[in-house]
Ligand binder design. Sequence first.
Ligand SMILES: N[C@@H](CCC(=O)N[C@@H](CS)C(=O)NCC(=O)O)C(=O)O
Length: 226
Amino acid sequence: MSKTTPSLMYYSTRGARLLEVIRLVLAEAQVEYNDVSVGTFNKEDPPKDFLELKESGKLTFNQLPAYDEPESGLFLVQNQAILNHVARKYKLYGKTLEEAAQIDVLLEGIKDLNDLEEASLEELFEKDLPYWFTLFEKYLEKKYQREGKNEKDELFFVGNDITVADITMFYNIELLLESLKIVGWESKFNLDSYPYLKSNYILIENREGIKNYVNGGKRREIHPLF
Ligand SMILES: N[C@@H](CCC(=O)N[C@@H](CS)C(=O)NCC(=O)O)C(=O)O
């Protein structure tokens, strides 16, 4: 690693969904970076490396994650701000203003989907998840139709290339599937019911950088949803 290698700093755990999406975006872009752990999160007895960072005055809101990019001099905090920056920097935020706006629409929709965790589990699996997944499925189906493609063709959520929208959706589905596996509830959700989403998921799963990261053995432990 050179002096200009960026660093992503957090505690020892995987962190929020957005933080793992940041790692997946960096993986897709095949960017070398330091994935720094400052130690175990403990509000009463914070780890030494966190206190040092806090005392440096660089953590705008005294929180992690933080992203240090020596090449540009940027030092960022806030998951969303870091994600937006790396996605724009590595050309994963659409090729035009219009594509970027459509990506924002999808990312906000995915946020709404995430907020469903508050519902009861029964409601979540019977009603809310199918409702939201069907909306995303319809979105992709219409895009396929507009572009004269069938579901065997490769299709990205926006434009004709991978963006942060595909990567964010990929991680949300992956987290759901992995969490269901851990508690033995695989039967509660079947991605086969959403063939367009499944096709996009497989497409992203097989991207070289993402595949290497996911299978590379260095990933932090999952925080299961249930
Ligand atoms: N909105 C912030 C939230 C970050 C946040 O809450 N960080 C917590 C850990 S998950 C933190 O560093 N807290 C430091 C403290 O409470 O002393 C983001 O998305 O980055």
